[in-house]
Design a binder for this molecule. Structure first.
Ligand SMILES: [Zn+2]
Ligand SMILES: [Zn+2]
Length: 184
């Protein structure tokens, strides 16, 4: 029998801000699918707005509710509901609700590294950048003209995260100094 099970609570969590992530892919020897279990504190989010060019994602809400930000608006996903995000679709799973949210996230195929963020190019009219981690530091690379820059706050060097602004357009927010930049 080639079957493997695990108690989710027994997996050591990785905590970033108000997000607790338990990676289950390796524990389960999963080859084809990425599996993560998240507990998201009120006011936090799994990640900034991003798109996987070659991976579809499914989020199953086990407890509480999340709001999925997309470039076409938001979708509330309640406990007991499941949502699928197509490859290439920008999304950010947020918890603007009053209680913690627990979410199981599945992504397939596993091991895809072609990640895009909704950040425009300073040199051409491209409205999306590829996020490149391969050199160690995060870089924004324009798929149109190849323009390459560090993905960091120009004011303080802090980490940037794309999110929907009040008007439904993406904005880059510095997690260190809080500066908000409209980049497309
Ligand atoms: Zn460009
Ligand atoms: Zn900053």
């Amino acid at each position: 029998m080639d079957v493997r099970s695990t108690e989710i609570e027994s997996v050591d969590p990785n905590r970033v801000g108000g997000v607790e992530r338990r990676g289950l892919s390796d524990v389960l020897d999963a080859d084809a699918v990425t599996i993560n279990h998240y507990v998201i504190a009120p006011g936090d989010r799994i990640s900034g707005l991003h798109a996987h060019q070659n991976q579809e994602e499914v989020f199953l809400v086990l407890d509480g509710a999340v709001t999925l930000e997309t470039l076409d608006g938001t979708v509330v996903v309640d406990e007991g509901e499941v949502v699928r995000v197509a490859p290439g679709e920008f999304q950010s799973v947020t918890n603007p609700h009053g209680d913690p949210a627990t979410v199981l996230a599945l992504g397939a195929p596993r091991g895809q590294t072609d990640l895009r963020v909704p950040v425009g190019c300073p040199e051409c009219d491209a409205e999306v950048a590829a996020l490149d981690f391969t050199g160690g530091d995060e870089r924004l690379v324009c798929p149109g003209c190849g323009h390459d820059r560090e993905a960091a706050c120009p004011d303080c060097g802090g980490e940037l995260r794309a999110e929907l602004d009040g008007d439904g357009r993406p904005v880059s927010v510095c997690l260190s100094c809080g500066v908000r930049m409209r980049e497309r």
